[in-house]
Design a protein around this ligand. Structure first.
Ligand SMILES: Nc1ncnc2c1ncn2[C@@H]1O[C@H](COP(=O)(O)OP(=O)(O)OP(=O)(O)O)[C@@H](O)[C@H]1O
Ligand SMILES: [Mg+2]
Length: 222
């Protein structure tokens, strides 16, 4: 899925002060690309990722998916796009603590397609793909950090979105688990042709992606 940002700006207001998180960012991402986004803290990386994933709206500029301008879409249309077109992975995993691995992965299928045995099969298959089939009934608190992130990846994949957005997915993990997570993301890109966009501070990760975007003060500098 092609994603295009045209002169996207975002300013946050905190009381009397205004923070320009993005300043007229232009960006074209082709389907099947693997991209890392780097840059100092506060440079706008998360804001950029959230705007790409329609979690946040720009206050100026346009967003096009497959050439269709979605900037002015209603919240309910955007949430439908989010559910089907994007899989999200976060530094803190954000698994629901009272649900098992299986239930966490099954939940977005229920949201998109309703209940069913096909959905249950798919949730199990995705957990198998990330090497977690032996932990279907564990709660997040009974899993290691690397295992929790693998469940989160299975959840991100379960509705087969064309695009995976990961915000510092290895920020909480040791180097071995980090490598495993990045390897999984590379496989998704290579074998399933997913577009993968990773925000990271780790130069080893950005070296492994074909394209790297560097941000500074709300702008893409490279
Ligand atoms: N919801 C918000 N309300 C107010 N200001 C915000 C909000 N979100 C981000 N900001 C500000 O916008 C700027 C960019 O934030 P952003 O989270 O995109 O940075 P980042 O590059 O992801 O940083 P980090 O590497 O620390 O995660 C920062 O100055 C931040 O304080
Ligand atoms: Mg951030």
């Amino acid at each position: 899925m092609e994603i295009e940002l045209q002169r996207v700006s975002k300013t946050y207001r905190m009381g009397e002060t205004f923070v320009k998180a993005l300043r007229e960012v232009d960006l074209l991402i082709h389907g099947g690309e693997m991209i890392s986004i780097t840059g100092p803290s506060g440079s706008g990386k998360t804001t950029l990722l959230n705007i790409i994933g329609t979690l946040d709206r720009p206050d100026k500029g346009n967003i096009l998916l497959e050439g269709v301008d979605i900037t002015a879409y209603s919240e309910s249309r955007l949430s439908d796009i989010r559910l089907k077109k994007f899989g999200f992975i976060f530094q803190q995993f954000y698994l629901l603590p009272t649900l098992t691995s299986f239930q966490n992965v099954y939940l977005p299928i229920k949201e998109a397609n309703g209940y069913g045995s096909e959905g249950r099969r798919r949730a199990t298959e995705m957990l198998e793909k990330v090497g977690m089939k032996h932990r279907l009934k564990h709660l997040p608190s009974q899993l290691s950090g690397g295992e929790q992130q693998r469940v989160a990846i299975a959840r991100a994949l379960v509705n087969d979105p064309p695009t995976i957005l990961a915000d510092e997915p290895t920020g909480e993990l040791d180097s071995e688990n980090s490598r495993m997570i990045i390897e999984t993301l590379r496989e998704l890109n290579r074998d399933l042709n997913k577009t993968v966009i990773i925000v990271t501070h780790d130069p080893e990760i950005s070296r492994k992606t074909k394209k790297t975007i560097r941000m500074k003060d709300g702008k893409i500098v490279k």
